[in-house]
Design a protein around this ligand. Structure first.
Ligand code: HGY
Ligand code: MN
Ligand code: MN
Length: 414
């Protein structure tokens, strides 16, 4: 039986980003399609029946999928294979690889799914969890659960102006069919996602070489949203335009970036980031005519997040006006704070005695599904506590402990 690390080693070169470092595996890119192929091949090697649904999620079935809603639904586990630009090796793929190894471990223990009174089990891969290409986080699970308007999804565009509808069609989907999938939802009894921890929540609990705290149980996901600023100024020549005659949107944008940091730093537990900024046209000897930039704001209390965004927007308008510019702000996606199903969470605590619980600041497909079906998360310790960066890390023994824990949980729930 291959270990989780050995499985991940087999995709170690897929989507490496020489310029940024780490991995860039946007949805439907060659890299992500290669990973989809890898997953399907691994699932078929395990005798799982593979299908891709109308929204591009891949389902690998152990046992026949439930045929009707009153069957109580299947047990589903999985995660995503797409990445942020320059991301780490584990965000997404760890959950997928661990699910495949958990199937192996359950079989080794003589467990079967979908027969002798057990529920069927599915390993699922959701597309565009990071929203790195089309801008909306968890696009695939949002479409399936009906938490994004299909017309809006179809018209989302990537940096090259390709719409989600075009990308979906190019990859074998009928864009007219993307959207709520009640059949897929009715088949899900419970969803459990294993994920690399993306902060210091576990590594700060004790030494990295002790097995204690290697696995944690998710309790909640921080509410989080994405907004787009567009700062409009006067494009001009960098050499002929006197400083007093400028309406430079880059200067206004710089002031807004600072305001974002100051507002969030002034509120306990708030986080706000401008991670992406694009001057237009973007020439070295050109005063930009506009600047597009994207903001990520998070806080446990959704009302506080809204108030922070309002405060930031006010400061942005003042900064823009003082620079002779103007600014617009549009919300691109929002996910409320999620508290996972307490019954399921306590079952996991019974199955994994002593495992700490973890409130995560990172969004996940489990957070989207939690609004519709009982969902839970397991986290595997990350010794660097760094994520969305090449420095994201996992100890090999902790990766295997994760698959063992997932197998324990799935066997206990089956
Ligand atoms: O952005 C997030 O929190 C997640 O990693 N997609
Ligand atoms: Mn992730
Ligand atoms: Mn991520």
């Amino acid at each position: 039986m291959e270990s989780v690390s050995e499985l991940l080693d087999s995709i170690d070169d897929v989507g490496r980003d020489a310029r940024r470092g780490g991995y860039s595996r946007p949805v439907y890119s060659t890299a992500e399609l290669d990973l989809r192929g890898w997953f399907m091949e691994q699932a078929q090697r395990r005798g799982l029946d593979v299908e891709t649904d109308r929204n591009g999620a891949i389902w690998a079935w152990w046992g026949a999928p439930p045929s009707n809603a009153d069957s109580g639904g299947a047990l589903v586990t999985g995660s995503h294979l797409d990445s942020v630009p320059g991301g780490g090796a584990f965000d997404g793929p760890l959950g997928v690889a661990s699910a495949l190894v958990a199937v192996d471990k359950m079989r080794e223990r003589g467990i079967t799914a979908g027969e002798r009174g057990t529920r069927p089990l599915a390993v699922t891969v959701f597309p565009e969890e990071e929203g790195s290409r089309f801008g909306v986080a968890c696009l695939g699970s949002r479409l399936m659960t009906g938490s994004i308007d299909p017309d809006r999804a179809r018209s989302l565009t990537d940096a090259d102006g390709v719409t989600f509808a075009e990308a979906a069609r190019k990859n074998g989907l009928n864009p007219e069919h993307v959207g709520p999938d009640p059949t897929a939802m009715a088949r899900i009894g419970e969803f459990v996602e294993l994920h690399v921890e993306q902060g210091r929540g576990q590594i700060d609990l004790g030494p990295a070489d002790s097995s204690k705290n290697a696995i944690a149980i998710g309790s909640s996901i921080l509410g989080h949203g994405r907004w787009k600023f567009t700062v409009f100024g006067q494009g001009n020549h960098a050499g002929t335009t006197l400083m007093a005659d400028r309406a430079d949107p880059m200067v206004a944008a710089a002031r807004i970036v600072l305001a974002v940091q100051q507002v969030a730093a002034g509120r306990d537990d708030a986080r706000a980031t401008i991670g992406r900024l694009q001057p237009v046209p973007g020439g070295t000897n050109v005063i930009a005519s506009k600047v597009e930039m994207w903001m990520d704001v998070r806080h446990p209390d959704d009302a506080v997040t809204a108030s922070l965004v309002t405060k930031i927007h006010g400061k942005a308008q003042i900064a823009a006006a003082e620079e002779g510019c103007s600014v617009t702000l549009t919300e691109e996606s929002y996910s409320n704070t999620v508290h996972f199903d307490t019954r399921l969470q306590s079952t996991l605590q019974d199955l994994l005695p002593g495992a700490p619980t973890l409130a995560t600041g990172a969004g996940h497909d489990a957070g989207i599904l939690a609004a519709k079906v009982p969902s839970a998360m397991l986290f595997v310790r990350n010794p660097t506590g760094i994520s969305h960066s090449p420095e994201e890390a996992i100890e090999r023994r902790d990766a295997d402990a994760g698959a063992d824990a997932l197998a324990d949980v799935l066997a206990g729930l089956l």
